[in-house]
Design a protein around this ligand. Sequence first.
Ligand code: GTP
Ligand code: MG
Length: 467
Amino acid sequence: MAATEIARQAGEGARGVPLSGHVGFDSMPDQLVNKSVNHGFCFNILCVGETGLGKSTLMDTLFNTKFEGEPTQHNQPGVQLKSKTYELQESNVRLKLTVVNTVGFGDQINKEDSYKSIVEFIDAQFEAYLQEELKIKRTLHSYHDTRIHACLYFIAPTGHSLKSLDLVTMKKLDSKVNIIPIIAKSDAISKSELAKFKIKITSELVSNGVQIYQFPTDDETVAEINSTMNGHLPFAVVGSTEEVKIGNKMVRARQYPWGTVQVENENHCDFVKLREMLIRVNMEDLREQTHTRHYELYRRCKLEEMGFKDTDPDSKPFSLQETYEAKRNEFMGELQKKEEEMRQMFVQRVKEKEAELKEAEKELHEKFDRLKKLHQDEKKKLEDKKKALDDELNGFKQKKTAAELLQAQTLQAGILTSTWFLTLATFPSRDTRRSRCRRTCVNVCTCVCISLNAQVILQGTLNLDNE
Ligand SMILES: Nc1nc2c(ncn2[C@@H]2O[C@H](COP(=O)(O)OP(=O)(O)OP(=O)(O)O)[C@@H](O)[C@H]2O)c(=O)[nH]1
Ligand SMILES: [Mg+2]
């Protein structure tokens, strides 16, 4: 290579110098290959498609193995993403393959939100990678990169057109992942219908602005095959792990009463084209596109959202430190504002609470006064009642005394009368009789008087009671 050519390739600012002999850095590509082979590769495929469209069968057919894909029921409440990672080895190359399945996709009556969990899953993988990148102690060389490198979008072989669900989902995913649309179970449509179906799908994708992955044509070694294959999209595939003897060869095929569909026969379906493009020719490009295009977009949006930018308003470079300080000041300002707002709110709440408490206190005082008055009234009533009862008791006692007195006097009068009659009978002397009789008369009269007096008192008491 001429010195000028070397200088041109090295770019401006570097001077090309010719070598006088072999140095050895031409082994760099080999070193790179060896390093990559030792480290191993990882590839992540997302299969989006309705339940039972042949996703698991196609994965098994593509990698010539049996992954543990269980059939899904059609009664899922929403779309769930299930990922499984497998270690594969071919010659001395190890591949860490992750297959992500959209379980329950297209099974709900309302399919409006079906794409959401897929978008969230893809973003979550980007976020995990970004977090790893932003760590102070990064371990990206040993980090298991789970970002989706290829999304195989399974289209049902209706022969009509794309469903709204397909268009909406692909539109939501096209800026996040490399979409490769494929017509699943393509043995279900005739050759002429399939050709029309492909044209219809392509025109619908174009008219709806859905960006599907284009096999790269910038590398001249694969430019021709890739541009031819771009014209065959979407690939119409058939999957099968069943082996059938055709001639003297065992081939993977699907057998029907009317004939056999050979999976790897390019006249029967595009399975071979898909395998060539996905695995044998463009696997590295898919990985690269994921990192340089889709992840880069996610990272840029995320960092901008966080307030990071490359240039200030005057288009001068803005360092990370400056961005951090600007963001920090902004944050502190906001924090202070929030603190002040909260303080004001607290004072306001305290005032409100105080007013409420004062109101409650006032109400309590009023209630207390009312109860106190009620109690005093009640007390007065009880005292009056007690006084009346005491008076009644005193009256009763007086009546009892008078009654006892009357009873005693009546008894005494009776005794004296009996004594007088007895005296008359016992003392015959006239004088004695007269004096005794007089005394007895006085006594009787006294008794009668006392008795009458007692009766008057008693009568008076009764009258008083009646009043
Ligand atoms: N006609 C036809 N049938 C297929 C094809 N691929 C798979 N099948 C059949 O379709 C049925 C479902 O295949 P799966 O591979 O389990 O489909 P799936 O999409 O993984 O299903 P879920 O994981 O349950 O959503 C099976 O009976 C397969 O044999 C195909 O290319 N053509
Ligand atoms: Mg499956």
